[in-house]
Design a protein around this ligand. Structure first.
Ligand code: NAI
Length: 442
């Protein structure tokens, strides 16, 4: 029996074709894979990755395997797994995968448990669920573990538990929400190993969060609803890197875009970028579409839901499904139906219909295929290079959250430009001297 828990092995052929398709949009990762297969920098290293199981993360797994590693992949969200990709990874490429689209919370954490049982030297995380379970285990805070991780942890001796943690050299984190959780852990002094915040690399958030989330969020909304954005009023809650991308793309499709924010600087920026800015309370009765992308809790609440118009469409692209108060929505509704795949329609007591996409989970992954390969090429090239960096340098690092080393960030940008056939200028010696001098003036 292979090391896996996936939905349907017969989907492998479809998955294989789609994984190959993604490779065409990921030239930097392709270059790294060639280099790694010659140099084998991760020979024998066990790596557990908790990522969205997509054609792009499949390419990352193949790259790690080419580097000599023994990777295991589990899902970082119960609704984002592409079952055909999981099947192909297991049966065409011999990679361990634990992920089923639509898995219940217990299965989700059973898969995370498998990632820990793999006894990784390096963990890759997206959102922090694997990292937090590993840490609760290592800190002996077993009561706070999720089932079935807790049940399993109770069956281990303290030595076995610390053996698992001591084997972990370091980790990486893919997304904003995960990095926030890590910084909290660092502040509380509970971080047990160094973690690299891949999200914070320029070649990650400036492209993946902005253009990737921008395009794929619109894609998810359109696939789920088939509605026209032109002429609609489109409310974006949160003007961070993701929100900027979504607002920009919605405007490009002809929508009137309203931004809501809590940060006055970001609100001003949205205003001067040409968007309308107002409170959500004001925007609630005029929006046709609402997208939350804040990384925060209960951004759309009862008082907003009460004011929304009949037919309003709600979607979330922030990491967790907590940005819309789903309990309030359930309580306020007298009935619900599923008019289309991915759309839940709640009928309010006053007859208004409010539509929720993808159960309030990341709409770009629940209702579409997540980010396009061209941006994941950069995000996952950072991941691959950071794994090698951790393997080489991890022992010398402290229990801290680290930025991606600048040379990795620059190398990813350089390789990406080269793959796109674009040349840029370089500084002349004279320009370099000028920039480095503080005595030259007018
Ligand atoms: P960010 O930190 O750059 O931006 C978040 C913005 O939301 C900030 O400007 C903040 O002031 C604002 N905000 C916080 N509470 C708010 C509230 N109650 N109302 C209005 N605005 C509020 O973060 P970034 O990088 O844009 O990420 C946002 C979320 O999206 C995170 O959860 C992140 O993990 C997730 N993410 C999702 C992706 C996807 O594929 N859908 C890809 C990358 C990130």
């Amino acid at each position: 029996m292979r090391d896996c828990h996936i939905k349907d092995p017969s989907l492998r052929e479809k998955g294989r074709g789609r994984i190959e398709w993604a490779a065409q949009g990921m030239p930097v990762l392709g270059l790294l894979r060639e280099r790694f297969s010659r140099e084998r920098p991760l020979e024998g290293v066990r790596i557990s990755a908790c990522l969205h199981v997509t054609t792009e993360s499949a390419q990352l797994m193949l790259t790690l395997k080419a580097a000599g590693a023994d990777p295991l992949l589990c899902a970082s969200n119960p609704l984002s797994t592409q079952d055909d990709v999981a099947a192909s990874l297991v049966f065409d490429h011999g990679i361990k995968v634990y992920a089923l689209r639509g898995e219940d919370p217990r299965t989700y954490y059973e898969h995370i448990r498998q990632a820990i049982v793999h006894r990784p030297s390096i963990i890759l995380d997206d959102g922090g669920d694997l990292t937090s379970q590993v840490h609760l285990l290592g800190l002996g805070r077993l009561d706070e573990l999720k089932e079935p991780v807790r049940e399993w942890a109770l069956s281990l001796s303290p030595e076995e538990r610390s053996g698992i943690i001591e084997g972990i050299l370091g980790g990486t984190e893919e997304t904003t929400t995960g990095v926030l959780r890590l910084r909290e852990m660092e502040r509380e002094g509970v971080l047990l190993f160094p973690v690299i915040a891949v999200n914070d690399a320029y070649t990650k958030y400036l492209f993946d969060n902005r253009y990737g989330t921008g395009q794929s969020t619109i894609d998810g909304i359109l696939r789920a609803t088939n509605r026209l954005l032109a002429g609609s009023t489109f409310v974006v809650c949160g003007y961070g890197w993701c929100g900027r991308g979504i607002a920009m793309r919605a405007r490009g499709m002809g929508a009137r875009v309203i931004v809501t924010e809590v940060n006055p600087i970001r609100a001003l920026e949205a205003l001067m970028d040409g968007f309308e800015v107002m409170s959500l309370q004001e925007a609630a009765p005029i929006g046709d579409f609402f997208v939350t992308v804040t990384g925060n809790y209960h951004v759309i609440r009862r008082e907003h839901l009460e004011r929304m118009k009949d037919g309003a469409i709600l979607a979330n692209s922030g990491h967790f499904n907590v940005e819309v108060d789903l309990e309030a929505l359930e309580e306020m509704a007298q009935g619900r139906s599923q008019p289309r795949p991915g759309v839940t329609q709640y009928v309010m007591h006053d007859g208004r219909r409010i539509n929720l996409l993808g159960e309030g989970r990341l709409v770009n992954l629940a209702c579409a295929e997540g980010h396009p390969p061209e941006v994941m090429d950069m995000s996952f090239s950072n991941q691959a290079l950071c794994c090698v960096h951790l393997w080489k340098k991890g022992k010398g690092l402290q229990r801290r959250v680290y930025r991606v080393p600048e040379e990795i960030d620059l190398e990813v940008a350089r390789l990406k430009l080269r793959a796109m056939g674009i040349e840029i200028d370089s500084l002349t010696p004279e320009q370099r001297r000028y920039l480095e001098s503080w005595t030259s003036g007018t």
